[in-house]
Write a protein that binds this ligand. Structure first.
Ligand code: E4P
Length: 220
């Protein structure tokens, strides 16, 4: 499963690259609002340091505006993926952009049928939102499992990108469901690294080493 930081924060993206877990990036207008600055500048910088796809979301709500914004983002870097919301205008924009060979990520997917439609329209990525479904007492991961099964069963040329992840458990379940990608907030990525037994183990190994060798290092 590929991991994408779910952020527009350059430092967090660079950190993920140093950890060796940067496969791509997803952003949205809320995440851009948190970092400020020029949308184009930040997006270009993210695309430069990211080896894989970088999703940039349109804010227009009608087809022409979505196409205008999508083409603008796509011209900024070769790894830009235009993120388009699931709705009638969004489907039309996805179909038109696919025709122009522009990659799209259909966002705000909350049902298997929405995923099916976006895949048929020609989206390159489907983004089912797990956390927001859980928030309204539905089972977000069930939608992910359904979409992943449909994609597998029919061999659809699209990647399932699990979004709105709130916990490390969501990442494990997304991977087990056969999703291609999990997009992960920075804090969740850090929580995936940590385990109390790992931390206790590091302390114990240090103490046992020091008991015999004091402050000397193996290479000293
Ligand atoms: C990323 O593609 C989505 O926009 C993001 O995961 C949404 O997360 P949220 O539901 O926590 O805002």
């Amino acid at each position: 499963v590929k991991l994408f930081p779910d952020t527009a924060d350059i430092d967090a993206i660079r950190q993920a690259a140093r950890w060796g877990v940067l496969d791509g990036v997803t952003t949205n207008p809320t995440l851009f609002a948190k970092v400020g600055g020029s949308y184009d500048d930040v997006l270009t910088q993210i695309c430069r340091i990211t080896p894989g796809p970088v999703s940039a979301e349109v804010v227009a709500e009608e087809v022409d505006g979505m196409l205008r914004e999508g083409r603008h983002f796509a011209a900024l870097a070769p790894n830009v993926v235009v993120k388009v919301p699931m709705c009638e205008a969004g489907l039309e924009a996805i179909a038109r952009l696919a025709h122009e060979h522009v990659m799209t990520n259909c966002t705000l997917i909350f049902s298997a049928n929405q995923g099916l439609l976006a895949a048929k329209a020609g989206a390159s990525f489907l983004s089912p939102f797990v956390g927001r479904l859980d928030d309204i007492n539905e089972d977000g991961m069930e939608t992910v499992r359904d979409i992943a099964a449909i994609v597998r069963l029919h061999g659809l040329p699209v990647e399932v990108l699990v979004a709105s992840i709130r916990s490390p458990r969501h990442v494990t379940e997304a991977a087990l469901a056969g999703a291609h990608i999990a997009t992960v907030p920075n804090e969740v990525l850090r929580r995936m690294i940590r385990h109390p037994l790992t931390e206790a183990g590091i302390v114990r190994f240090r103490q046992d080493w020091q008991a015999v060798h004091g402050g000397a290092r193996p290479t000293a």
